[in-house]
Design a protein around this ligand. Structure first.
Ligand code: CP
Ligand code: NVA
Length: 311
């Protein structure tokens, strides 16, 4: 397995197109093997520390299972259990943890905190979601698209909803690997300027299109994939009523949203989902939906990421 560009995986901008292809290829191979055969000793006796400043189901379980099945060990650390919650600096935490473990995966509120962690850790740091990016999620999603469409290049992804961490990562990732991306969002809820800037830069070399619109129908036109995520990300609970008023009903993905898409377009969602908010129940639970494959693929892609960073 080829090494990644740098020590850390904080954003998909840290990966070349080749890196992404290799990770997807490796994850696909790992997925094909029977569970018993994947229980190798590739990561024995490596230890992954997992820091969670916010809740998680998929990220935590897939990383912990991946470490176990590769012969290593994972330590689950809630932010509140660490001295960092009592004022020890992130810099000192990074220095100390680097003396014990082989890699750190962290889910944090502020992307600037994961940058601090990575700059001061001597071991690889993996972003398990920040306010800005969610790279492991989108790699698993690319594996899912590849399984369904046998290719990434030349496809079009439409993202409908809040311009959040998942949307930002899709913008960077799609333009990096050669997919067109169109984002439909309400005024004032667009993706970050950094992500839009990177997507513009990458799309020039990959020859893809990046579009921002307020109209879900425009974004969905000829799309191969329609993707959405929660309107209310973790930490925004206080804004729930206001946001639902802004987003509903226009930005809910329904069967109607698919009318202008390719006839066989698939529905994607990183989960957790809120039926009746960002997606209609009959879409997420219907035949277009690949959300359970996306969730499963988190496990396979985490293995590929871990093997390339600390294998
Ligand atoms: N999609 C995702 O990251 O899920 P969790 O929040 O459950 O980890
Ligand atoms: N945008 C969501 C993603 C959850 C996996 C959040 O940040 O809460």
């Amino acid at each position: 397995m080829a090494k990644l560009k740098g020590k850390d995986l904080l954003s998909l901008a840290d990966l070349t197109k080749e890196n992404i292809k290799e990770l997807l290829n490796q994850a696909g191979k790992l997925k094909k093997r029977k569970r018993s055969l994947t229980a190798t000793i590739a990561l024995r006796p490596k230890v992954l520390a997992m820091i969670f400043q916010k809740p998680s189901t998929r990220t935590r379980i897939s990383f912990e299972t991946a470490m176990h099945q590769l012969g290593g060990h994972a330590i689950n650390l809630s932010w509140h259990d660490l001295q960092v919650s009592r004022g020890e600096t992130i810099e000192d935490t990074a220095r100390v943890m680097s003396r014990y473990v082989d890699a750190i995966m962290a889910r944090v509120n502020l992307h600037s905190d994961i940058i601090k962690l990575a700059e001061n850790a001597t071991v690889p740091v993996i972003n398990g979601l920040s306010d800005l990016y969610h790279p492991c999620q989108i790699l698993a999603d690319f594996l899912t698209i590849l399984e369904r469409r046998k290719q990434l290049e030349g496809l079009k992804v439409a993202y409908v909803g809040d311009g959040n961490n998942v949307c930002n990562t899709l913008l960077v990732g799609c333009s990096r690997v050669g997919m067109d991306i169109s984002v439909a969002h309400p005024e004032g809820y667009g993706p970050s300027a950094e992500a839009v800037g990177l997507a513009g830069e990458f799309s020039k070399s990959s020859g893809t299109k990046v579009e921002l619109t307020m109209e879900p129908e425009t974004a969905a036109r000829d799309a191969d994939v329609i993707y959405t995520d929660t309107f209310v990300s973790m930490g925004q609970e206080g804004e729930k009523d206001r946001k639902l008023n802004v987003f509903l009903p226009k930005y809910q993905v329904t069967e109607k949203t698919f009318q202008s898409a390719k006839p066989d377009a698939i529905f994607m969602h990183c989960l957790p989902a809120h039926r009746g908010e960002e997606v209609a129940g009959d879409v997420i639970d219907g035949p277009r939906s690949v959300v359970w494959d996306e969730a499963e693929n988190r496990l396979h892609i985490q293995k590929a990421i871990l093997l390339s960073l600390i294998g």
